[in-house]
Write a protein that binds this ligand. Structure first.
Ligand code: LFR
Length: 475
């Protein structure tokens, strides 16, 4: 029987992957067929994504399907959230695709709160306050580069822009739109009233489509380049939305951590919680597949480790890093890994040292101390977030499912078990791509619903219970 292949293009802040998925003997199979690097570039003082390069990589990866003679029934793209481009009436990009780590949002929270206070803003969309949210980027454009907004006809988020370049069709997608902080949590549409209050032009925001909706067929010129045509469809285009679809359990009382550049820790809920209590705990209600909400917290995540590794000139393997961090376990200073000072520092080492100084704690001096400090602070934060989730929901949770690339970090998994005192399950590594493929498979009815899909995911991919004796922190 000819297999139905589905192509997930999953682009994160540090790398992009093309992954083919198909069903075989009742299990989902995946294979990575292309991988490329991603990073922010400093262009005239702004941190930007190189959209031309990303688009070229997207097309090259699609072309690999022809070489393998595995033509996908459909193609779906997901990326990190928040970031967007503005297009003029001719569909050309206006300005750059400035990345969420750029500091143009500095002070924009105050400006926005002059128009609508923080409490009222949260009660409308339930989105966690982070200075990197799209609302603050747009407001910064409004104040500092109004001509761009004046010329703009369309607002497309990163996956939507790539879809547009592939198909010529512009469609906004709901899950990623919620990361803008401009979507109403109850009716799941753009918050038109809020847009008016902020003076953002209504006309640039298009109808919100849902995961499983079609975007269109590849344009002829793309078809010529890749050697076939295929339908581009919408997965949960926000990577975290896709990742959480692939959490390998149907237990509603499970906590997940989608672990990558960021750590997104939370639960799934059917009703958003935009209460004052929830706001004070700074939880977010991101829109998910089939009207589920991801009730979670953004935690700085492996970005801190990635930055430190870079400063160490990548001279250690991961196993060596774990050993070094374990040697540093006597070091007890703890930093707040949600602090904005870690968002884009010139030196992560110095940022950690300064933070320790500022909080009257000893500064890490050696590589071992620095590594342990960051790991320990991250895992401790996970422990605090578990307690907050339990406080807000009144539930007890036994299990934490860590999915995504970061679930391969054995040291962090062990420390997470230590600080949370929960069972930790690690895997699947490619959760985001699996979730992306799952939405495509739900569209073609390979699964009846998400429950069935998650059941299949659970039996298809390795999920390991974290071994308690691997690194010991009890002493
Ligand atoms: C993870 C993620 C988070 C989002 C951050 C910035 O890759 O999408 O969910 O808050 O990146 O977009």
């Amino acid at each position: 029987r000819v297999k139905n292949y589905y192509l997930a293009i999953d682009i994160g802040a540090s790398s992009g992957r093309h992954i083919l998925g198909w069903m075989e003997n009742g299990k989902m199979r995946i294979e990575e067929i292309y991988r490329f690097e991603n990073h922010l570039d400093n262009k005239n003082g702004e941190l930007c994504w190189d959209m031309e390069r990303l688009f070229k990589e997207v097309v090259t990866g699609i072309g690999k399907c022809s070489e393998l003679n595995r033509i996908p029934k459909s193609i779906g793209i997901d990326t990190w959230g928040v970031d967007f481009v503005l297009l003029d009436g001719a569909g050309e990009m206006l300005g750059e695709a400035v990345g969420y780590r750029d500091d143009r949002t500095k002070g924009m929270d105050k400006k926005v709160y002059e128009i609508i206070n923080e409490k009222d803003l949260y009660s409308r969309n339930g989105i966690q306050k982070m200075l990197l949210n799209t609302i603050y980027h747009l407001y910064s454009l409004k104040l500092n580069k109004p001509e761009l907004l004046e010329k703009a006809e369309h607002f497309l988020m990163i996956p939507e822009y790539l879809n547009y370049r592939l198909t010529g069709v512009m469609k906004n997608e709901y899950t990623n739109a919620t990361t803008t902080q401009l979507v109403n949590a109850e009716n799941r549409d753009w918050d038109w009233e809020l847009l008016d209050m902020l003076g953002l032009p209504r006309k640039v925001f298009g109808r919100l489509y849902m995961p499983k909706d079609s975007v269109g067929l590849l344009k002829e010129e793309i078809e010529r380049q890749v050697g076939f045509t295929s339908e581009v469809v919408l997965p949960a285009t926000h990577d975290t939305g896709s990742a959480v679809m692939a959490v390998p359990t149907n237990d509603d009382d499970a906590i997940y951590i989608s672990s990558g550049t960021w750590s997104l820790m939370g639960i799934e809920r059917l009703i958003p919680d935009c209460t004052e209590k929830s706001r004070i705990h700074n939880f977010t209600n991101e829109g998910g597949y089939h009207y589920r909400y991801r009730y979670l917290k953004n935690i700085m995540g492996l970005w801190m480790m990635q930055s430190i590794r870079k400063e160490f000139s990548h001279k250690y393997t991961f196993d060596e890093l774990f050993t070094l961090a374990y040697i540093g376990r006597y070091f007890s200073s703890v930093v707040d890994v949600t602090d904005i000072c870690f968002l884009a520092p010139n030196s992560m080492r110095q940022a950690v040292q300064e933070h320790c100084r500022g909080t009257n704690q000893p500064e890490p001096q050696t590589e071992c101390e620095l590594l342990f400090c960051v790991y320990n602070s991250l895992a401790k934060c996970y422990g605090d977030v578990v307690k907050e989730i339990e406080a807000v929901t009144g539930n007890d949770y036994k299990n934490i499912y860590v999915v995504g690339g970061g679930c391969q970090d054995r040291f962090l998994n062990r420390l997470t078990a230590f600080h949370t005192q929960k069972n930790i399950y690690a895997g699947p590594v490619e959760a985001t791509a699996i979730g992306n493929i799952t939405a495509q498979m739900l569209k073609t009815k390979e699964f009846d619903d998400l429950v069935q899909a998650r059941g299949t995911i659970t039996k298809s991919f390795a999920v390991k219970k974290v071994n308690d004796d691997e690194f010991c922190f009890e002493d």
